[in-house]
Design a protein around this ligand. Structure first.
Ligand code: AMP
Ligand code: GLY
Length: 434
């Protein structure tokens, strides 16, 4: 069967690798904005195109008799790629434009959660351009606030009290700035440990993947500016070392309630639902994404034992409840190698050489190839993933792979280490005593 993949980052490299492992005879075609050398190697053919150019990608899909499409990033989902491919009878793993609002419009999502009384929703209010006064009043009331533009900002729009500003005055200033272009969500700041729970969804049934923890800050010890994610880990079971089973069950229940609510409004959500949670006494939803996480997909997909094409076919058919979706019970640690100066002043066009990664996986993200050499673009460049029976070994494998990549790059050596994980556990203990 001919399969289309849209997207060219590390997450999509992991999706491509999972597709190539399928027992189905698959010819893979990929539409991406830059030539990812890893994905190109796995593809029959590639189309270099802006990933939101829905018409061009659809024409490419029909030219190549595509039967099934996997959509990696959120931008094409927001641009309605799923709806367009459906008009050509192409099955899509990725929600329609309507359902993708769960990621694309944070204001809509919070209101939706409230309307359907979905658990795990923090105190919030949404304001538009005409409501600056009310927004300021709400900021004074809550004080410890987070300010979020409603629309997509590539992960750079959210500002948190104590992180990005320290006074309600500054929160108001940023709110006014956002209101010039967009609606704003003002919500209470949540304190706890973050985790990601991703699930395959066929519109009704969810098949959960193991919980993962991402690391947003650029530097070791969770310091420095926010990034797209510097790396992530999962344990050799479905929960993380600082969680208990009830936490996981609550998060699952919240996500199931969300899918049921979408379904009740005739939005059949097909693809991956990504829940980002803050855990204290209970998990609270920070946000939803309408796709796999990057880097989280690189932990999850290599451990998927069920054939991803079977998963996608059951997602499309609405029969995920009849498929046993299983994962290897192994830990994994993913570390991103990023250019010096990332994210603020990243070094571009700098050569990267890879000696050998032995027993680890390597996923290309934002690099390009010229004359057989690999160069950075300025975004996260290459990810390595160590997989083993426990976190300690998985972390060692990832570090070994990091050391086999040369160039003006850096990574967070603390991700997945015993020391950092112990800090998370200790943090949870303190929070739960209070
Ligand atoms: P988002 O773009 O919604 O993922 O937000 C980016 C980051 O802001 C998250 O990873 C959290 O660390 C932080 N954040 C978002 N909402 C909240 C909240 N209500 N309380 C505390 N931190 C938050
Ligand atoms: N790792 C965060 C994201 O994919 O949005």
């Amino acid at each position: 069967m001919n399969v289309l993949l849209v997207g060219g980052g590390g997450r999509e490299h992991a999706i491509a690798a999972a597709i190539k492992k399928s027992r189905h005879e698959v010819l893979l075609y990929t539409a991406m904005s830059k030539k990812n050398p890893g994905i190109a190697k796995l593809s029959e053919d590639i189309l270099l195109v802006k990933e939101t150019n829905v018409d061009r990608i659809t024409a490419y899909a029909t030219e190549h008799n595509i039967e099934l499409a996997f959509i990696g990033p959120e931008a094409p989902l927001a641009a309605g790629i799923t709806d367009k491919l459906h008009t050509h009878n192409i099955d899509v793993f990725g929600p329609t434009k309507d359902a993708a609002r769960i990621e694309v419009d944070k204001a809509w999502t919070r209101n939706f959660m409230k309307k359907h009384k979905i658990k795990g929703c923090p105190r919030f209010q949404v304001f538009d351009q005409t409501q600056a006064v009310e927004a300021h009043r709400f900021i004074d009331e809550i004080e410890d606030v987070v300010i979020k533009p409603a629309g997509l900002t590539g992960g750079k729009g959210v500002r948190v009290m104590g992180d990005h500003f320290n006074t309600t005055e500054e929160a108001k200033q940023y709110t006014d700035q956002v209101l010039k272009k967009d609606r704003v969500v003002v919500e209470e700041r949540l304190i706890g440990e973050e985790f990601t729970l991703q699930a395959f969804s066929d519109g009704k049934h969810l098949a959960f993947t193991p919980a993962v923890q991402d690391h947003k800050r650029a530097y070791e010890g969770d310091k420095g500016p926010n990034t797209g994610g510097m790396g992530s880990y999962n344990d050799a079971t479905d929960i993380l070392p600082f969680m208990n089973r009830d936490d996981l069950d609550s998060a699952k229940e919240i996500m199931q309630q969300t899918i049921d609510a979408l379904n009740s409004e005739n939005m059949s959500y097909k693809g991956v639902l990504y829940g980002q949670f803050m855990l204290a006494d209970h998990p609270t939803v920070i946000e939803y994404n309408a796709r796999f996480g990057d880097p989280e997909a690189m932990n999850t997909l290599p451990l998927l034992q069920t054939d991803i094409i079977d998963v996608a076919q059951h997602v499309v058919a609405g029969t995920l409840n009849t498929l046993d979706v299983t994962f290897e019970e192994k830990a994994s640690v993913c570390k991103y190698m990023v250019p010096e100066g990332y994210p603020e002043h990243p070094l571009k066009d700098s050569e990267v050489t890879i000696t050998s990664v032995d027993d680890s996986l390597l996923f290309y993200s934002s690099v390009y190839e010229r004359d057989g050499k690999i160069y950075t673009t300025g975004s996260r460049a290459i990810a390595v993933v160590g997989i083993a029976e426990d976190l300690r070994k998985a972390e060692q494998r990832a570090e070994k792979a990091v050391n086999s990549i040369q160039g003006r790059l850096y990574s967070r050596h603390d991700i997945g280490t015993e020391q950092l994980i112990q800090q998370r556990i200790d943090h949870m203990k303190v929070l739960r005593k209070g």
